[in-house]
Design a protein around this ligand. Sequence first.
Ligand code: AVI
Length: 333
Amino acid sequence: MGGDQRDRRSEQLGGHRFVGGAQFTDLAAVNFRKDVLEGLARPQKALPPKYFYDAAGSKLFERICRLREYYPTRTELGITKRHLRDLARFAGPGCALLEYGSGESLKTRLLVRVLRPSVYMPVDISTDALRGAVKRLAREFPKLGIVAITADFSHPLTVPAYRGDARLVVYFPGSTIGNLRRDEAQAFLKMTRGQVGPRGAMLVGVDLKKDANVLHAAYNDAKGVTADFNLNLLARINRELGGDFDVRRFGHYAFYNPMAGRIEMHLVAREAHAVNIGNYRFSFHRGESIHTENSYKYSVQEFETLAANAGFKPAKLWTDARRWFGVFGLLAA
Ligand code: AVI
């Protein structure tokens, strides 16, 4: 593609489109472009993990959840099934349930079935993911009031006033909190505490610290699905921002960093080369990495301290026999 042609194409990509003399701006796409360009300009190149989940990435993530090595989904589901009545009792029947995540999971449907919330509010960055989840839930629970909210949960959210005086309970399963840095997780818990008010509560799924070899295997599966999930981020930049990443020139690299208590995922350049995104050019030397994800693992005490510092009382913990995963029940303190 010639330089000129590429420039015109990049005007249409990355969030701005000109149709019939008017400019159409898609803010989500604008933010994606901004975050990618900023992240790749840093000394340690980095891309935010929230951008893994386009249609292709969401499908790959569903496959990850079914992998033999990836224990968190299965373990959390087991805990939820075993303690369903107790979880529902903790949340309180008739509460307003706000879920961070699209709510497409089996766990959510099980909980909604037993809990019967007065209103269910799924929050997700992807309208498509929400649409799919809501369709399914509405079919299964025709009387359930559903208020779906497209939003990025890393920014403060004003909860719509649909809940009357029902107690607000925030449900945050899947250990997604582990993908936030500790200071971000702390801020997120504080924000949630503010949202739920003095009568509110939170149910949050957290992946716990364990043998590093178990963790290593979970993020380095034999079929290479996690590698494809990681590499899809580069393919997405090509598709949506007109990048020219040659995905074959990068390798998936994931390891447990015990000092930081987290899995780190990177994409490592196999050789020195340069990549163009619109008019921007990024050079890679051989072995240079793009840091794409952290997945923090907590001890029970570490997470309870984090919750307490955010103004929650850690009231309940449901876990599995191996204590690999925890569902924490937090009450407004
Ligand atoms: C969504 N999140 C909790 C997953 C995790 O385990 O951190 C994302 C993931 N990354 C690689 N495998 C799964």
